[in-house]
Design a protein around this ligand. Sequence first.
Ligand code: URA
Length: 210
Amino acid sequence: MTDNVTHVTHPLVQHKLTLMRQTDTSTAVFRQLLREISQLLAYEVTRGLPMTTKRIDTPLEPMDAPVIDGKKLALVSILRAGNGLLDGVLELIPSARVGFVGLYRDEETLKPVQYYFKVPTELEDRLVIAVDPMLATGNSSVAAIDLLKEAGAKNIRFLCLLAAPEGIARMQEAHPDVPIVTAAIDSHLNENGYIVPGLGDAGDRMFGTK
Ligand code: URA
C-alpha cells in the first residue's frame, strides 16, 4: 500500500504534529505549528527535483553551481484547509506559481462539485504540488487531481499532514502516478469521515471556526 507514499518520520515533524493534535492547542499555536511543519514537509516533497548548473562568480573563482531546473513549480491549494499548508510551503519556495481548487460535497449525490478553479498556465511543463492537510476519504483529493490532469498537469505530487489508510487506497487506485507525502498515517476514518485519532477539523482548527 505504501509504494508511492512517503511517511515523514523526522523528529521535528512528529513532535510538532503531536502538539497540533492536542485539543488544548490554541488556534494561534496551531497555525504557527502548521506553518513550521509545512516547511519541513516542503523539503521532503521537493526531494529529487531535476537539477542543472549555472555559471556563477564566487569571490574566489567562477563555478558551475547547482540550481533547480525547469519551469517554476505550481502549488495548488485544495480549499479551504489547503491554504494552511500553502503558506509555509510558499515561504520555502517563494517563486512558485499558485493555484486554487474549490470543491463542495453535493448533499444528495455526496460527490465533490467544483465551485472554483484557477491554476497557473503551462501546467503540463510544471511540477504540480497539490496541498490538503487531511487525506480522509480521498474523494476531494481525487476530484482535485482529476481537474488538474484535465487542465494538463502531468507531473503531480500530493502533500498532506495526516492520511487515513482509506484515503491513501482511494488515491492510489485513482491516481497511482501521484506520489503522496504525509507526516502520519492514522488508524481509520470514523462514520463521519473524520480521521481517527486525527486532529479534528483542520479548517476549523486553523481558522478558529466551528
Ligand atoms: N477533514 C478534516 O478536517 N479532518 C478530518 O479528520 C477529515 C477530513
